[in-house]
Design a protein around this ligand. Sequence first.
Ligand SMILES: Cc1ncc(COP(=O)(O)O)c(C=O)c1O
Length: 500
Amino acid sequence: MNDVEMSPPSQLSIELEKDSQEPIYRQLIRLIREQIDSGDLENGARLPASRDLALQLGISRISVVNAYAELRSEGYLSTHTGRGTFVSTPTQFSSRPYAQNGAEPTQDLHAFRDLMRLAYKPNVINFSHGTPPGDFYPVQQLHGVINRVIERDGASALGYEPPEGYAPLRASVRDYVNSWGIRCLPSQVLVTGGTQQGLNLAVRAILAPGDTLVTSNPTYLGMRDIAFSCGVRLHGVEMDDDGISLVALEEYASTHDVKLVYVMPSFHNPTGLVMPLHRRRQLLQLAEDYDFTILEDGVYQEFQFEGESVPPLKALDENDRVIFVSGFTKSMVPGLRIGYMISTHKHYENIARIKAAADISSPGLNQRAMHLMLKHGIAAQQLDLNLQKLRRRRDMALRAAETHLPEGSTWSKPIGGLYLWVELPHHGPTAAELYVTAIQNGVAFAIGNVFYTNDGGTYQVRLNYALQDEASIPEGIARLGRAWQLAYHADPQAAHSLIL
Ligand SMILES: Cc1ncc(COP(=O)(O)O)c(C=O)c1O
């Protein structure tokens, strides 16, 4: 045992303001940084283990893990495997300000999110974000159709469109969703600013502040943001291999006034699961029995590369129970921000009014360009190419996971969508703890906790395998496997008693 290991950790005198708007972990970063800058904490001083400091201060461990990670990335701290975390003179990185853009639902979510920003560091193989990669976008074709729209329509392409959307695009969307069995009129199509806006509008139209939106647990992170911004509570219902558990949903619906249930039946984010036909029919029946509306998110609907396809809930909806929301974002170009909502429901007029109040209309140039991409088959061709790539990347990711992830990890084989959802062995580091080591080893993923409305997801990670090319996937997952081993051996005691 050397001198460093024998010296006890420094006693930190930290006074947190638990009622402050400033998140706990940011206070922690600021206070530790001040003590290092002022010389109260000297170069080489050992800091308490994250678990001990969390216990001392009565805060969650993730706040401490996150603060240490950030101070490390700023060069204030360094970690020596098996020995601990030490003060080091900040010369390597300049400190960077945090975005102060409003409150988040919980401080832990804020902390996890900021932790995940480390994925943007150079040389990190990033499996973290929920987007398709740039090589999936039809850049040249888009260039061509934008020029064609401007030549054809001139100034009319640059003015306001009707709030419901550019009429020819609404007709094309009708044809597009028709191929999945959804029957509707163009007048029942509302063009939206991406799927996100469609979800937001539906929640605003149907729920009032204080109401509860029911969803699966885990669920799409962006819906947590919407609920928070609308003052709506979220109730997460557990999932099984077929999607949201209808036993648990019925139990809840029988004792609560449920108005709206948000689901992603095809290639659920983050789990990648597909709800089978029989479960879809039962869910529709439950909506009848308990008189609620289903908000169906179909943004990954066309990302199926093998197996039998299952129709969207909206295609099975005989009693006008379902609002279907999707977009040409994941399947085509996220940045055009063109999404759509199909609602033959009584809510359509109300939703269209809220849409007009939100942004008057979605951009006309983008709507017209998207219309030409659909009309001339560019969208279909590009999707075909993307699905071939996606499948190859999925295969690569599965092979690499078999080889490199620690024994005891589990996942199911996705047949579409972007995500591999991995459960790590529970005797090792949590996903958040692994994340810190993973970044140091040049790989990033999405931490499971951010997708849960409760404290679930501690050992789960989401890998967006689409984001990396075939050469980088094995390397990225190999780094993840190495990071797990390092994190596991760095803190063998914690390996048996990890808490957040
Ligand atoms: C399930 C789900 N719904 C909606 C969205 C938002 O997509 P868009 O870019 O169409 O707004 C995302 C993006 O990650 C998503 O994963």
